[in-house]
Design a protein around this ligand. Structure first.
Ligand code: SAH
Length: 253
């Protein structure tokens, strides 16, 4: 029997294959965040769910940081390595393909990040706890997470946003307060906006359309066709109006 290496569902590897950033944060805002954190050259970063490595690679180039990213997508991990080569930072960053659940870095880091993948440790609280185990004294945790811009009136609206229920996410003030309840100061944040959401979501549509044109007989073609037909309206009706997203920088009190 052929044993496949661990990976994320194929549909995400297809729809996000052309994304450099797999989140509603734009390149500009990622750069803003990199500056906002005032990292010293040589600062060490751990990034769980590193995607195609844009954060580590650009911050290595712009701020001289070093670090490791772990991601379960083979494709995204390969793309991260290529991006490191392209930006000339292969001596500063490494990317490991694998499951980041439970991953603790062998060496303490200055910044421990999970940007848009907090399910790997069962939600925000579990992820903060996991990241804290890799963090050196005085270090910073980065959490990228959605929040409700306006509370959905019904669970059906939450489901339209691809959440399971309203309780999946908090309003921004409540999310910020929740970090306090975990014993952390929020020391910075960079929030996405609707145009950032468009870059993340709408960029999938052209990728889907091109993939469909090239793979009409693929076993995923029917599902992809259905998604492409419905996604723009679903997104504009639900996600774009209701969901915010941000990266929050935390330091233990
Ligand atoms: N932080 C990146 C990617 C966010 S998307 C960015 O902002 O661009 C979420 C990422 O989590 C995807 O790249 C996906 O492959 C990865 N992922 C999902 N489950 C994972 C797991 N258990 N371990 C490691 N990575 C995981």
């Amino acid at each position: 029997m052929k044993v496949s290496p661990v990976d994320i569902p194929r549909i995400f590897n297809i729809t996000e294959s052309a994304h450099r950033i797999h989140n509603p944060i734009t390149a500009d805002k990622l750069a803003t965040l990199g500056k906002a954190l005032r990292m010293e050259s040589g600062a060490r970063i751990l990034d769980l769910g590193s995607g195609s490595g844009e954060m580590l690679c650009t911050w290595a180039r712009d701020h001289g940081v070093v670090g490791t990213g772990i991601d379960m997508s083979q494709l995204f991990t390969r793309q991260a390595l290529l991006r490191a080569e392209e930006l000339g930072v292969t001596s500063q960053v490494q990317f490991i393909h694998g499951d980041a659940a439970g991953y603790v870095s062998p060496q303490k880091v200055n910044v421990a990040a999970c940007v848009g993948a907090t399910w790997i440790a069962g939600g925000v609280a579990g992820t903060v706890e996991l990241l804290a185990r890799s963090l050196g004294d005085g270090g910073t945790i980065l959490i990228g997470e959605p929040y409700w811009r306006q509370s959905p009136a019904t669970d059906d609206i939450a489901k339209g946003c691809l959440a399971h229920s309203i309780s999946d996410f908090l309003l921004l003030p409540d999310l910020l307060a929740s970090f306090g309840q975990l014993g952390y100061d929020v020391v910075e944040m960079v929030l996405a906006d609707q145009e950032g959401w468009d870059r993340y979501e709408a960029a999938k549509w052209l990728t889907m359309r091109r993939w469909l044109d090239d793979h009409p007989d693929d076993e995923l073609a029917k599902e992809m066709r259905a998604q492409l037909s419905s996604e723009p309206v679903r997104y504009a009706t639900y996600t774009r109006e209701h969901l915010g997203w941000g990266v929050f920088a935390l330091m233990a009190r």
